[in-house]
Ligand binder design. Structure first.
Ligand code: GN1
Ligand code: MG
Length: 370
């Protein structure tokens, strides 16, 4: 993909100015993302939607249009700046918000948010509180969004028992002869598979209410003000679907409160930092306006183990299937990622009582300050 390729592609969207440079942004395991500078000084984010992951990209775009329109109104109502706090899709010249490139790719363009950055890890105290608040607020703002309008862009995305079944199928097929080298991981998953149904069963029996959730709450899916660390905008709305609050909470903690990156090789570096756990929890519960049930609150710590196990199984499934889903930089990348997630599972279970006490403490503080 050279500059003329991008120039032709960007020519299909209503940009202000002409593109002058296009640089790839490496974060994100699924879609391809590029930052575009133009002659007008305006910056844009160009993305190729991964169609083997998102089988119906038009449905993804419809969700994003509906959700961002809804959020924009809410942001205006509370006196915020929708151009900065909501994603802005750039229209395609032929209508809609997507265009197909010469080689058949499905592309979209967002306006870049000025003076905002996405962090891959926590750098300063307070950042994770802000992230928690933003993801909590995201659920609160969408509480009266009509969930029947949403397409299920990836069915059963956080269905942990089904993720376990998919992992078992990959293991049995062992197409790439990789099963023999993952014996300890297989054993670990068997010992911990009791975690799999905790959230899905809670949903099924009405213990955990369904909400509209983000479903991919990595720290780098929030844009933060480059100067103040204030959370500006929740991004990556590809997987907004009905779900449990615990999906978003568990996923955010397993990523952002981990002391190390998702692909850290030194497992002694991989553990949950309790001070970060507390920051996020405190922000998240305030962000949703304290609107959570006692059952949800009680399950918060264990949800981190459930989602870490789920993702560990997803990485391992992909490793066994020959690395077809997640982008990998080297042969055993998915295996390294599996190991960090399984390490987090044991760390969370080890610290479970301490983490439950933190959640209780946060809830008490909120009740007192009301
Ligand atoms: C993927 O694309 P990205 O990096 O935001 C994945 C998430 C995983 C995450 C792990 C659609 O998210 O579910 O938790 O990688 N997204 C999809 O890093 O599968
Ligand atoms: Mg993302």
């Amino acid at each position: 993909m050279d500059f003329p390729y991008f120039a032709r592609l960007l020519g299909m969207f209503e940009l202000e100015g002409e593109p002058v440079s296009v640089a790839e942004c490496k974060s994100g395991n699924i879609n391809k993302t590029f930052v575009v500078d133009t002659s007008s000084g305006k910056k844009y984010i160009l993305q190729r939607v991964n169609e083997s992951v998102f089988r119906n990209p038009d449905a993804v775009m419809e969700n994003i249009v509906n959700v961002t329109e809804f959020l924009r109104k809410k942001i205006i109502e509370r006196g915020g700046d929708p151009a900065r706090e909501a994603l802005t899709l750039i229209p395609a010249k032929t209508g809609g918000y997507s265009a197909i490139s010469d080689d058949g790719g499905y592309w979209r363009v967002y306006a870049a948010i000025p003076n905002a950055v996405a962090h891959d890890k926590i750098e300063r105290p307070g950042q994770f509180y802000n992230a928690g608040y933003a993801f909590g607020e995201f659920q609160r703002l969408l509480a009266d969004f009509d969930a029947t309008k949403l397409h299920e862009t990836i069915p059963n995305f956080h269905n942990t028992p089904l993720r376990y079944e998919a992992y078992r199928a990959a293991l049995e097929a062992d197409e790439y002869g990789r099963a023999a080298e993952v014996k300890p991981e297989i054993e670990f998953i068997e010992e911990h598979k009791w975690l799999c149904p905790i959230i899905t069963e809670g949903i099924a029996i009405g213990k955990f209410p369904m909400r509209v959730t983000h479903n991919d709450t990595k720290l780098n899916n929030i844009m933060m003000d480059a100067d103040t660390d204030e959370a500006v905008c929740v991004i990556d709305l590809d997987t907004v679907m009905p779900g449990s609050l615990l999906f978003d909470y568990g996923d955010a903690i397993r990523y952002g409160a981990s002391n190390a990156a998702e692909d850290e090789k030194d497992l002694s570096q991989v553990y949950i930092r309790t001070e970060l756990f507390e920051e996020f929890t405190s922000g998240f519960i305030r962000g949703i306006g304290g609107e959570l049930t006692a059952d949800e609150a009680k399950a918060m710590p264990v949800s981190v183990a459930v989602i870490a196990l789920e993702l560990g199984m997803r990485f391992l499934t992909d490793y066994l299937n020959g690395d077809k889903y997640f982008k990998v930089l080297y042969d055993s990348h998915n295996l390294d990622r599996t190991r960090t997630q399984l390490k987090l599972v044991s760390d969370v279970l080890k610290k479970r009582a301490e983490l439950e006490a933190i959640v209780e403490g946060v809830l008490k503080e909120i009740v007192i300050s009301r």
